[in-house]
Write a protein that binds this ligand. Structure first.
Ligand code: SF4
Length: 344
C-alpha cells in the first residue's frame, strides 16, 4: 500500500505522505506563519475536487507544525474555482485557506495557495511556434501555469515574437490569465493567440469570445498542439436552443455561490416573462433539478455547468444569451459564449 493510500481519509494519522508528494507545493510554511501572525485557533481548509483526497494529509502536516491548540477543518463542499469559497466554513474560522486557485477577491482572512503545475511548458512551445505564421502573438494561460508566464513571454521574445499580454479585468489576478468564464486577457492587438494549458473548455471559450483570432492550443500536460475548433460546440448549443424554443415554463437558476451570483441577469429575465420561476441553489446538478416541472432552464451561474454538463440535464439548459434567442428577443446568429466579469 502506498503512503498516500495509507493516509487517505485518516485525520488522526500524522503520516509524512506529503514529503513524497513532489507534484504540488502546499506552501505549508507560509500558512503556518500566517496562522501564528493572526493567532488563529480555527483554520478552514478548502481544496478543489481533484485534490480533496490530499486534504487529510495536508491537515496532518499542519497539525504537526502548529500543535494541538489549532483546530483544522476541511470543507466538504464541492469546489471548482475561487468563485466558490465555502462561506459557511469561512465565517466559523479565523483563517481560511483556499487551495488550487488564484484570488478572485482578496480578504484578510483568506490565504490563497495557487498550487502551480510543475509540468515544463517549453517542449510543447517549441512545437507550437511552428504553427504561428505571424510575429505578433497574444499569450494566455490558466492559473496553474502562471508561475511560468514571464519565462514563456521571454522565451517567445527571444524567438522573434512580439508578445502581447494584458490583465483582463478584476475577476482575474494575473496578466495573461484566463478563466472558464473570462477571456478578457486575450483582448489584445494581435491576430493570433497562443493558449498554454490543458482541457478543452478554455480554448473553446477563447475561440468563441475572439472569433476573429487564430487560437492555437499548446497543451503541456497531454503534449499536443491543436487549433481551437468551435464548430461541434456551436452545433450542440444551437441544438439546445432549438429544443428550448417550444418551452413554456422556464426555471431561472440563481447560483448562491459567492462568485457566481448574477441576480440582475436573472431578474431581467423574470421581469420580461411571466412563465419564469426563480430557483436558488448552490450546486447546480441534474438530480437537483429533476423534480421541478419545467420545460427548460436558464442558468445564470457558472457557464461551464450549462455548456459542459448541459446534455446531462433532463430538460434544455441554456445560458442567459441563449435564452434570449430561444424566446425570440435576439437573432440566432447572436449566439456567443457566456462570460462573467467583476467579482462580488
Ligand atoms: S464561474 Fe465557473 S468558470 Fe468561472 S471561475 Fe467559477 S468555476 Fe470557473
Amino acid at each position: 500500500m502506498s503512503q498516500e493510500t495509507a493516509t487517505e481519509g485518516d485525520l488522526r494519522n500524522t503520516g509524512m505522505s506529503l514529503k513524497h508528494d513532489r507534484e504540488w507545493d502546499y506552501e505549508l510554511d507560509r500558512i503556518v506563519e500566517e496562522i501564528e501572525e493572526r493567532d488563529a485557533d480555527r483554520v478552514g481548509l478548502q481544496f478543489p475536487e481533484g485534490l480533496k483526497r490530499r486534504g487529510p494529509a495536508v491537515a496532518d502536516d499542519l497539525r504537526a507544525l502548529c500543535g494541538d491548540d489549532v483546530t483544522f477543518m476541511l470543507s466538504g463542499q464541492p469546489c471548482y474555482g475561487a468563485c466558490d469559497l465555502d462561506t459557511y466554513l469561512m465565517r466559523r474560522t479565523d483563517v481560511f485557506v483556499h487551495f488550487g486557485h488564484s484570488p478572485m477577491k482578496e480578504s484578510d482572512k483568506i490565504i490563497y495557495v495557487p498550487l502551480f503545475s510543475n509540468v515544463d511548458p517549453f517542449p510543447i512551445l517549441e512545437e507550437a511556434v511552428d504553427e504561428l505564421p505571424e510575429d505578433d502573438v497574444g499569450l494566455v494561460t490558466t492559473a496553474q501555469h502562471m508561475n511560468q508566464f514571464e519565462s514563456m513571454v521571454t522565451w517567445l521574445e527571444t524567438r522573434g515574437f512580439d508578445v502581447h499580454t494584458r490583465r483582463g479585468d478584476d475577476r482575474l489576478t494575473h496578466e495573461g490569465q484566463v478563466l472558464g468564464c473570462n477571456y478578457a486577457s486575450a483582448d489584445i492587438d494581435a491576430n493570433q493567440v497562443l493558449y498554454v494549458g490543458g482541457g478543452k473548455f478554455h480554448p473553446l471559450g477563447l475561440a468563441m469570445e475572439h472569433p476573429d483570432k487564430h487560437v492555437l492550443i499548446a497543451d503541456p500536460v497531454n503534449n499536443v498542439v491543436t487549433v481551437a475548433d468551435t464548430e461541434k460546440f456551436m452545433k450542440q448549443r444551437y441544438a439546445a436552443v432549438h429544443k428550448a424554443m417550444s418551452a413554456n415554463k422556464w426555471g431561472v437558476i440563481f447560483c448562491t455561490k459567492i462568485g457566481q451570483g448574477r441576480m440582475d441577469t436573472a431578474e431581467s429575465i423574470l421581469e420580461d416573462n411571466d412563465n419564469t420561476y426563480l430557483i436558488t441553489m448552490d450546486e447546480v446538478t441534474p438530480d437537483r433539478l429533476r423534480n421541478f416541472d419545467m420545460d427548460a432552464f436558464v442558468n445564470t451561474g457558472c457557464p461551464r455547468i450549462t455548456t459542459d454538463d448541459g446534455p446531462q440535464f433532463h430538460k434544455p439548459m441554456l445560458t442567459p444569451g441563449e435564452y434570449r434567442i430561444a424566446v425570440g428577443d435576439k437573432p440566432l446568429d447572436s449566439l456567443s459564449f457566456d462570460t462573467f466579469h467583476g467579482t462580488w
